[in-house]
Write a new protein. Structure first.
Lengths: 484, 393
């Protein structure tokens, strides 16, 4: 079942497999080159599990120099490369192809340097997102971007996808917390970009590498901004009769000059599913709920939450529950954080990721319901309300190909609706293969051609993670020549 | 004498760029010209000004977003935001006092220079607040990147490339920024009489407290005043009372302190956002150095023989240095020292001849320079936009 096409494998590369593997073995010793079918199978998909492709071989280098040697080899031999962090992409960003090798960063996990006074840290990019925060937690510091997959996902993947998380309303996304990288080009050059000094002059290549979905080169080390932990944090939970009322309350909180660290939204279906699973004490009689979290000293928390509560009440909050203890706070978050898992327990789903201007929330929610009703599918809405990043979960049955096709069609319509109201196709998951063909909805051909020219400036032969991001028809070197 | 054209809309900008492209004639670009002293001199018979592309096009306080055409005065955007209780969090840097220019800095110039002020230390740079642009590339094509939402990973982040590109990849015609609420009040804690090393250490110590210091600058002693280590707090009145007390408790043992009231604090940071603490004789040459705060004071100690005046912003991560006039602006001394400290330096004020002869921006390693050239060529294959503005051609 493949609604999304991948290019046919290049038979000339397949025929040379043994020779290519031998070449790789000469560069990366021992178990760093994975060839057996059993072991390769672990790399055949990412978190978009409906799509699988067995890679030609998998290479797990231990050093930047090895990465450079492997890339230079592949460039010379014309072998496509699919870079891989932990393979948690929901968009198929790490999906291999049969004629490509996967290069993973999983053996490069060290913390290289911590400069607390400067609030920076240097890591190898195979370290997990949570691993970064864990390494500095005893000093009272943390790394801010916190994608839901943070237990598993790597900094390399976070940089490739410019990952966000629940707390980016206050702290920004990866690009706002990334200061420098060691970048390896397809030619095998090792380039230092940025560092622990702010705002490197010259074109902001760091800014465009972040979020390039592994299509420019590989990032093996990174300098990250780290932050001191807040004195304390506390969530409050509000129930509302309608999604519209909840949306209006969000706008009023922001309009009143309060920027919480997180504002999360769930609709009625999501509330029921999460409550069945987590028993978090969510209000089952509510049509929508908000979780609002603020940071500060105990006195500051009381004061901010009182302000927020007053505003929520004015906008029709029917119930509210402030966490009085750490256990109560954890319970409030438990339902939200286990939402995708809880959903997976009752049904297969596809998770969309469009962003909309928050003012258009009620009409977009209405439209999402209409779209899914028309396909006869249920949808649960969970999202980061402060920044308009929607996560509608369209429920379907994986064993029924018709149901999957309907879900994909509904998903596509939802994303078109997001773009129509001034939003975008993806807020934090990336385009990958999943939304590739929809790029023409958001961008003109001139805009897509310009982006492809930027790719060619880094990777003229289209070997880095090809067949992603751009419509398959467009994405080939001959279409957009960069003047020499 | 250069001929200045000021189109009225984006289509007009496209026409001017396409004309230059057809003639393969270099084109300089500017907003109101208040930052014209920044960068290497450009040889171009024609200058494209965006100053007539004006107007705030979107203002949605509940979505924390504002859009304006490139020629809109920054002051106009800030005033429109202030009416709604919001602001640009990166505190736009105003180059006028530095260059003695007049006129109103524009949104386009702000983007081109990625010009951030003191609050950059906690709130991010202009490029971090920039969520969307419209731009005419050096190919004469109008494109958009990003949008009006703050979370957007659809396609490559060309927005970031445009910020700080000094007009070398395209002419930005409209920009959209994330905004933030203006806090109810502000105050500044000043520690007096610390030397450079102790002052920067105090700034760093303040930045790792949870009290959200929004300005961290060290002003060296003058004849009539002791050195000032300045720490700004902005928040609701009631939270400020708690936080300044807590900050003073954490740092007060380092030196005598005093607290600035709201108007005094605001005036001080306005001056820092114009590099006013540095301004002296107009013929002094000025460098702006980025370096990790932990290595800042040591770097300044090394440069002491050439320093005429200096101060630190961004917790020590930004060092402003003025030197006496010389042919190479002391680059021969300064560049190796900055590189050894793994920082980078920009010569922000010097006569034209000096800026033509000395690297204005930090020289790039060969591989990085090659990538920069390739990416620039992807937008401007003929090299017509501000050729030589950033690096010698």
């Amino acid at each position: 079942m493949t609604g999304i096409a991948m290019p046919a494998a290049n038979p000339r590369i397949l025929a040379r497999r043994d020779e290519i593997v031998a070449g790789l073995r000469a560069l990366v010793p021992g178990e760093g080159v994975i060839v057996s079918e059993d072991e390769r199978r672990a790399f055949e998909t990412d978190a978009l599990t409906a799509y699988r492709r067995m890679p030609l071989a998998v290479v797990l280098p231990s050093t930047t120099e090895q990465v450079a040697a492997v890339l230079a080899f592949c460039d010379r031999e014309g072998v496509p490369v699919v870079p891989r962090g932990a393979g948690t992409s929901l968009a198929g960003g790490a999906l291999p192809q049969e004629d490509a090798i996967v290069i993973g960063v999983s053996k490069m996990t060290q913390v290289l340097d911590v400069d607390l006074a400067s609030r920076t840290m240097r890591v190898q990019t195979g370290i997990t997102n949570l691993g970064v925060s864990a390494a500095i937690a005893h000093e009272g510091f943390f790394y801010a971007p916190d994608p839901s997959s943070q237990l598993a996902c790597t900094i390399a993947g976070n940089i490739a996808m410019n990952s966000g998380g629940a707390h980016c309303l206050k702290y920004g996304v990866t690009t706002n917390n990334l200061m420098g990288v060691t970048f390896v080009t397809m030619r095998g050059e090792i380039v230092e970009i940025g560092g622990d000094a702010m705002d490197a002059p010259g074109l902001d290549l760091l800014g465009v590498i972040c979020g390039s979905e592994g299509q420019f080169g590989m990032v093996t080390e990174a300098t990250l901004r780290i932050l001191p932990m807040a004195e304390g944090a506390r969530p409050i939970l509000f129930g509302f009769e309608t999604s519209e009322a909840a949306g209006a309350a969000v706008a009023a909180v922001l309009g009143a000059g309060i920027v919480p660290v997180a504002i999360e939204f769930m609709d009625k279906i999501a509330i029921d599913i999460c409550e069945d699973f987590a028993h978090a004490g969510y209000p089952r009689d509510a049509g929508a709920l908000l979780i609002v979290e603020v940071e500060g000293s105990p006195v500051e928390l009381d004061e901010q939450l009182a302000r927020i509560e007053m505003i929520a009440r004015q906008h029709g909050a029917t119930s509210s529950r402030q966490a009085k203890t750490a256990a109560e706070a954890a319970a409030i978050w438990k339902g939200r954080k286990s939402a995708f898992g809880a959903m997976g327990r009752i049904s297969d789903y596809i998770c969309m990721d469009g962003t909309i201007p928050t003012g258009r929330l009620p009409e977009v929610l209405h439209r999402i319901t209409e779209i899914c009703d028309a396909q006869g599918l249920k949808v649960a809405n969970i999202f980061h309300a402060g920044d308009g990043n929607l996560h509608p979960l369209v429920l379907y049955d994986m064993n029924d190909p018709v149901s999957l096709a309907k879900a994909e069609e509904a998903g596509e319509e939802i994303l078109r609706a997001c773009v129509e109201v001034g939003g975008c196709l993806t807020g934090e998951h990336g385009v990958g293969i999943e939304k590739r063909e929809l790029m023409t909805v958001q961008f003109t051909h001139v805009e897509l051609a310009q982006m492809m020219r930027v790719k060619e400036a880094f990777d003229p032969n289209w070997l880095m993670n090809p067949a992603k991001v751009f419509p398959l028809e467009m994405a080939r070197p001959s279409d957009v020549k960069v003047a020499a | 004498m250069t001929d200045v054209v000021s189109p009225l809309d984006e289509a007009g900008v496209e026409a001017v760029v396409r004309d230059a492209l057809a003639r393969k004639a270099p084109l300089a670009t500017r907003g109101a010209g208040t930052r014209a002293g920044l960068g290497r001199p450009v040889q171009a018979a024609r200058t494209l000004s965006t100053e007539r592309l004006t107007g705030v096009t979107l203002l949605e306080p509940s979505e924390l977003v504002v859009s304006a055409r490139a020629g809109t005065p920054v002051a106009e955007v800030e005033a429109a935001l202030a009416e709604k209780g919001q602001r640009l969090a990166f505190e736009p840097f105003d180059h006028r006092p530095l260059y003695g220019t007049s006129g109103e800095p524009t949104v386009g110039g702000l983007v081109a220079a990625n010009a951030s002020g003191p609050r950059r230390v906690i709130a991010g740079a202009a490029r971090d607040a920039l969520v969307g642009i419209r731009m005419v590339t050096g190919r004469g094509e109008a494109i958009r990147s990003g949008g009006r939402v703050m979370k957007n990973v659809t396609g490559y982040d060309i927005v970031k490339l445009a910020a700080g590109s000094h007009g070398t990849i395209g002419v930005v015609t409209e920009a959209t920024f994330k905004t933030l609420p203006i806090p109810e009040s502000e105050t500044t804690l000043v520690l007096e009489g610390l030397d450079d090393a102790a002052g920067v250490a105090a700034l760093c110590a303040a930045m790792v407290t949870p009290f959200e210091v929004t300005g961290a600058a060290y002003l060296p002693a003058r004849e009539d005043a002791p050195s000032c280590t300045c720490l700004r707090l902005e928040n609701f009145e009631s939270q400020l009372r708690y936080r300044i007390g807590a900050l003073e408790a954490a740092l007060g043992h380092r030196g005598p302190t005093n607290r600035l009231d709201f108007p005094t604090s605001r005036a001080l940071w306005r001056e820092i956002a114009e590099a006013a603490p540095l301004l002296g004789p107009e013929d002094r040459l000025i460098w702006r150095i980025s370096v990790a705060p932990s290595r800042a004071a040591e770097l300044v100690a090394k440069l002491r023989p050439i320093i005429a005046s200096h101060f630190y912003d961004w917790s020590g991560g930004l060092v402003w240095i003025a030197v006496e006039p010389s042919d190479d602006a002391c680059a021969a001394v300064l560049r190796p020292a900055v590189q050894a400290a793994r920082g980078h330096a920009t010569l922000v004020r010097a006569p034209l001849a000096t800026r033509a002869a000395v690297d204005v921006f930090e020289p790039q390693a060969p591989a990085l320079a090659r990538l920069t050239r390739a990416v620039t060529a992807a937008f401007d294959p003929e090299g017509i936009l501000n050729p030589g503005r950033m690096h010698a051609p």
